[in-house]
Design a protein around this ligand. Structure first.
Ligand SMILES: [Zn+2]
Ligand SMILES: [Zn+2]
Length: 310
C-alpha cells in the first residue's frame, strides 16, 4: 500500500526534480553549515560545545579516575575520537542529511496523497517554551529507550549495535562509538512519534547539549551516580552494567537501556546494578572475534547478514 503510494508519487517527473533539488541543496547546505560551525565559534555552536564538553569530562576523568589506569589515553581513545567526529558531523555531511530531507518530503507527499496534512496529534507548539523542551526531552528519551531495547532484541539490529558494546574500557568518547546505521535506525523510528507532537526532525539546541553531557558522563571513567538523582538520571555507575560482558539469564537481552533518564529502567524493571561495577569485564560474549578497525567494524554486520542468508 505504502509502496504503491510511493511510486505513484515519484512517477511524476516534476516531483522527481523537486527531490533532486532538495537533495543537492541539503547537501551543500550542510557543508556550508559545518564550515560555519568550525570557523565561527559561538554559544550556539554544536562543534565547540562537543569539543568543550569532551575536554571537560576528560579533565575530570584525569583528575578523579574511577579506574586508575595511569594514563589519560585509554584503549581505543583515538578510535572513539574518530567515531565521535564522524557520527556527529561527517555522516551528515556525506549524505545522511540530504537523504533524510528527501525521505521526509516523500513521507509528507505520501500523507498528502492519502488526504492527510500532517500527523500532529497533540500540538505543543503553543505551550510555554520550557514545557515544550521538557516534553520533547522526555518523549524523545522514552522513544530512544525503547529503540535501544529493539537494538538488543532484534538480531539484525544487534549486529550493528555490537560496535557500541565492543568498548572494553570506559571513557567519555565511547559514548559516540556506534555504527552509523544506528543514526538511521533511531531517526527513522523516532520520526513518527515526534511528528505526532508536531516536531518533525528539528531539535532543541539546549536539550541536545544536555544529552551530550549526560551521555559523555555515562561512558566516562568517573565513579558517580548523583546520589538520590540516580533514579531519575542515567549515570556512570548504572551504564557500566549496560556494558557488562556477563549478565544473568533474566537480563540476557541486556539491562539499563536508558539514554539520559534512568527512570524507564526502574519503571519497566530493566534496571540492574547488583554491585559496584568498577572492575567488571566489559563487552559481549564472543567479542574476542570482533574486528578492530573502523572499516571492518562498519562492514561486519553486512557480511554477517549475507552469510546467514546463504
Ligand atoms: Zn546497548
Ligand atoms: Zn553505552
Amino acid at each position: 500500500m505504502v509502496y504503491s503510494l510511493f511510486f505513484r508519487t515519484i512517477n511524476n517527473v516534476e516531483e522527481l526534480d523537486k527531490y533532486i533539488e532538495i537533495l543537492t541543496s541539503s547537501f551543500t547546505g550542510y557543508g556550508h553549515y559545518l564550515f560555519q560551525e568550525i570557523t565561527q565559534p559561538s554559544w550556539h555552536n554544536y562543534f565547540y560545545w562537543l569539543i568543550g564538553l569532551s575536554l571537560m569530562v576528560w579533565v575530570i576523568e584525569i583528575i578523579i579516575p574511577w579506574v586508575d589506569r595511569g594514563t589519560a589515553f585509554r584503549k581505543d581513545f583515538w578510535l572513539d575520537g574518530f567515531y565521535m567526529i564522524f557520527n556527529f558531523f561527517i555522516f551528515s555531511l556525506v549524505g545522511y542529511n540530504a537523504i533524510s530531507d528527501v525521505a521526509v518530503e516523500m513521507f509528507n507527499d505520501v500523507l498528502a496523497w492519502g488526504g492527510m496534512e500532517n500527523l500532529v496529534a497533540v500540538e505543543i507548539g503553543s505551550w510555554p517554551v520550557v514545557l515544550q523542551w521538557l516534553t520533547m526531552f522526555v518523549v524523545v528519551d522514552f522513544v530512544q529507550w525503547f529503540i535501544h531495547i529493539l537494538l538488543h532484541r532484534i538480531p539484525f539490529l544487534w549486529e550493528f549495535h555490537k560496535l557500541h558494546h565492543s568498548v572494553k574500557e570506559m571513557g567519555f568518547a565511547a559514548h559516540f562509538r556506534f555504527h552509523w546505521m544506528e543514526i538511521v535506525v533511531y531517526k527513522t523510528l523516532q520520526y513518527i512519534p515526534l511528528a505526532m507532537i508536531g516536531f518533525g526532525i528539528q531539535d532543541f539546541f539546549i536539550i541536545h547539549v544536555f544529552t551530550i553531557l549526560v551521555g559523555h558522563l555515562n561512558h566516562s571513567n568517573i565513579g558517580w551516580d548523583y546520589g538520590p538523582f540516580k533514579y531519575l538520571l542515567n549515570n556512570p555507575k548504572m551504564h557500566i552494567w549496560h556494558h557488562a560482558k556477563i549478565l544473568p539469564y533474566e537480563h540476557r537481552y541486556g539491562a539499563n537501556f536508558g539514554q539520559s533518564l534512568s527512570i524507564w529502567d526502574y519503571i519497566f524493571k530493566t534496571a540492574y546494578i547488583p554491585k559496584d561495577g568498577k572492575n567488571i569485564e566489559l563487552g559481549f560474549p564472543g567479542d574476542e572475534e570482533y574486528p578492530q578497525g573502523v572499516k571492518k567494524q562498519w562492514l561486519a554486520p553486512f557480511i554477517k547478514s549475507s552469510k546467514s542468508s546463504n
